[in-house]
Design a protein around this ligand. Sequence first.
Ligand code: XIL
Length: 358
Amino acid sequence: MRWLACFLFVACALSPSHVVAQADSSLRSGGDARNKLIGTAVNTTVLRTDPGYRDFLAREFSSVTPENVMKWQVVEPQRGKPDYTAADQLVQFAQANNQAVRGHTLVWHKQLPAWLAAGGFSSSDLADLLHAHIGDEVSHFAGEIYAWDVVNEPFNDDGSWRNSIWYQAMGSDYVAMALQWAHEADPSAKLYLNDYSTEGIGAKSDAMYALAADLLARGVPLDGVGFQAHLGLQYGFPDSLTANLQRFADLGLDVAITEADVRMPLPADSDKLARQADYFGRLLASCLAVDRCVSFTVWGFDDSHSWVPGVFQGQGAATLLDQAFERKPAYDALRDALAASPNARQSDPADGVINHTK
Ligand code: XIL
């Protein structure tokens, strides 16, 4: 064993890039070579308790998104007493493992603190509370978060505005105000809108497109649009995804796949797992095909810790690893999609490498 270690050491010293390329076939290294961040949502409770989870997370991903711990409900459970402890731990883990952090999410209609959800606030109270929340949270993480999902899920499925407390209080301009407040708190962070069922071209993505174009025309600080990509086998694949990403990119925006998972009616079987792999591979291939798609993020990487079974009855098996933490065909499909896409570093060394971490 010792001579083998010595041999590898010498080989590394002689030809570092060659040896590294052979030894490291992780998703993150495949993404690095193509200037794409490969991310995952992180469950910080599991992060604290499960070394296998930590190892896989550090090895395979170049970006992390807190699954819950940056949401308002978690960061300000008591009014006026912000608590970023859990989120800070994730940021520390990310920094130690050279990972970018995607902030999620500042303005949403869900997971509000109980004191806020209880209601009884005037419109101007709500605007002031939102301003203070965004200012406090974004400045707490200033310089540590490369991109924020500032506004999450602003639209209904038919493309009309969601009648959230923010829309009720401030009208559609709450989006522009939130972006402006976030920009003031951290001018270096990339600011995104994020939604689901906007992957294909249709009423909902048209509404997002019109909003993004309008904000840009008005000079509002918007940098990108996130497409959650919570897919289900029973709903089919959004075939216009690449064209849709490209039309947003053509506005001058970054785009990102932010929450990919592919659920299926349980139990899983080999046919469903193969179709799931195909969906995952095509999602990543779309991002790889669009220059301004900067990141591909999955919403958790193992079936034991996926949000799906708790929310969609009778469905699950939506991630890359099964309950036993074994790789599913979906994991291989992501590796294959990366391998099939030109290596940016080799084809054009001048492209350089994205460095979103500080
Ligand atoms: C989900 C989390 O995964 C769950 O743990 C939590 O109970 C509810 O929220 N769209 C989003 C995410 O933008 O924040 C949601 O995350 C999943 C849907």
